[in-house]
Write a protein that binds this ligand. Structure first.
Ligand SMILES: *Cc1c(COP(=O)(O)O)cnc(C)c1O
Length: 483
């Protein structure tokens, strides 16, 4: 499998999966995609239907990572997707499925269900990919005798998913910046209670943007970055996207009896990483009818799929909402879909994303390309705080099921796109305990808490308070890498 950049630089070069695994953007600022999407055959779909999750993951990933020996890849997926890691299930029978499908009921003639993606160590869907990345990174670094220092900034979900994926991994250290005193008690405890010596929590005296600016400043110091082997695991990482393709297949098999049936998926979206994986599953030939993009009040993506206009927001126009993991001003993985939408024309992609940087967006409304959005199955909708609260309440009363705020945005928008007889699967992206405040508002009760998390707030915490100063963060890294 050869990988290329959406902006076309180095078109003649070969990049394997391992070449791009530890990197971020391509040299020209584009994103990596496979030169062709592998197609699944009818026989494969039949054979895969009954596979355990880890083996399904092996089958799908082996099409994209053919440079990793099959035995090694199979060992990696079997080590990653275990019932012991994805153990935070609501009923014990479903742990072995890794991503159990929970049926809600039939609405407007459409069977409606939730695909549980948040049973991993940090109770959010980012664990699905990040746990694999942890094992892949460790494997790749050991092979070349290298080490990596992951530097990141987080306001919650991504940072903890990265820490739980990298804890105890050989050759890897994590330096994670978070805004001091700005996260919920639960989120803070989740991250800071980790005692692994390769995990460093830096509580920055400032807000999230200060933490992010420090990461940018350190990464722009190319000499420092090279000397201290600084890397990242942000949402544009190709391996993260491809790991997420697997559960679309798993969800499809759980919701259907034969491969002649079609299903639709609704995806609570922010950086377009999750739904991009759905697009790739569909391009591989999985019978997906619609891919419904659900946004919150930050409706950059909904605006595009309704109008053809992609208009990124400024910081002041980006709202802080009660589904905070979808509070984005531009969708970092969106370029991958635009590349396919434009018939894989890198020169046009380059021009459009220059327009994003220079003019704040682009308009495809009048072009024939936008009409093809439907052929790719995409539709969209947006939600709001009131709709979120109302949906949490309704799903609890009607189906005795507690859902988190992001999943609630998904259910709200899914209901606007139901078709009689067509199963609709909403991706559940987090558990309610992570966003307890809104649960209390909607249901006047405490969110459900998985057993493993009881009393987590009172565990000993390990973190370092640092001023919002890139030099002090560099000093800390130097002092803790022993190089
Ligand atoms: C990250 C996240 C999202 C958004 O996913 P994208 O891949 O960025 O579109 C939605 N819900 C939750 C809970 C998340 O953590």
């Amino acid at each position: 499998m050869n990988y290329l950049s959406t902006r076309g630089a180095g078109a003649g070069e070969r990049h394997t999966f391992s070449d791009i695994l530890l990197g971020g953007l391509a040299k020209d600022g584009g994103l990596y995609l496979p030169a062709d999407y592998p197609r699944v055959t009818a026989d494969e779909l039949t054979r895969w239907r009954t596979l355990p999750y880890a083996d399904l993951a092996f089958e799908i990933l082996s099409k994209f990572c053919d440079d990793i020996p099959a035995d090694d890849l199979r060992a990696l997926t079997r080590k990653t997707y275990t019932a012991a890691t994805y153990c935070n299930v609501r009923d014990d029978e479903s742990a072995a499925q890794i991503t159990p499908l929970k049926t809600l009921g039939v609405e407007d003639g459409a069977p409606l269900s939730l695909l549980e993606l948040s049973n991993g160590p940090t109770l959010a869907f980012k664990d699905m990919a990040m746990q694999l990345i942890g094992n892949l990174f460790e494997y790749a670094l050991a092979k070349h005798g290298e080490t990596l220092n992951i530097l990141g900034a987080t306001s919650g979900d991504t940072g903890s998913a990265a820490e739980y994926a990298m804890r105890g991994k050989k050759g890897i250290r994590v330096f994670m910046l978070s805004p001091h005193g700005k996260m919920s008690a639960f989120q803070t405890a989740q991250m800071y209670s980790l005692q692994d010596p390769n995990i460093f929590n830096l509580a920055v005296q400032g807000v999230f943007d200060d933490a992010q600016d420090i990461v940018k400043a350190v990464s722009n110091d190319h000499a420092f970055k090279a000397k201290y082997k600084i890397g990242t695991v942000n949402s544009i990482n190709w391996a993260r996207v491809v790991a997420q393709v697997v559960y679309y297949f798993k969800g499809y098999f759980a919701a259907t009896k034969s491969n002649d049936e079609r299903v639709s998926f609704t995806v609570p979206s922010g950086n377009f990483g999750n739904v991009c994986a759905g697009h790739i599953a569909r391009m591989m030939g999985l019978p997906i009818e619609k891919l419904v993009v659900a946004t919150n009040e930050n409706d950059v993506l909904d605006e595009f799929f309704r109008t053809g206009i992609y208009r990124v927001r400024k910081a002041a126009e980006t709202y802080h909402t009660s589904s905070p993991s979808m509070d984005i001003s531009k969708a970092s993985n969106f370029e991958r879909f635009v590349y396919d939408l434009l018939g894989r024309d890198p020169a046009r992609v380059l021009q459009l994303f220059r327009d994003v940087e220079e003019k704040g967006g682009f308009d495809l409304a009048a072009s024939g390309d936008f009409a093809r959005v439907k052929a790719f199955g995409f539709v969209s909708g947006s939600s709001s705080h009131d709709a979120r609260v109302e949906t949490i309440r309704d799903v609890f009363q009607r189906y005795d099921t507690m859902i988190d705020t992001h999943t609630a945005d998904g259910v709200k928008v899914a209901r606007e796109h139901l078709q009689p007889g067509m199963p609709m699967i909403v991706l559940e992206t987090a558990q309610p305990i992570k966003f307890g405040e809104t649960i209390r508002e909607a249901l006047l009760r405490e969110p459900e808490r998985p057993a493993a998390f009881s009393g987590i707030e009172s565990l000993a915490q390990r973190f370092e308070v640092v001023p919002a100063d890139a030099q002090r963060v560099k000093d800390f890294i130097v002092a803790h890498t022993g190089e």
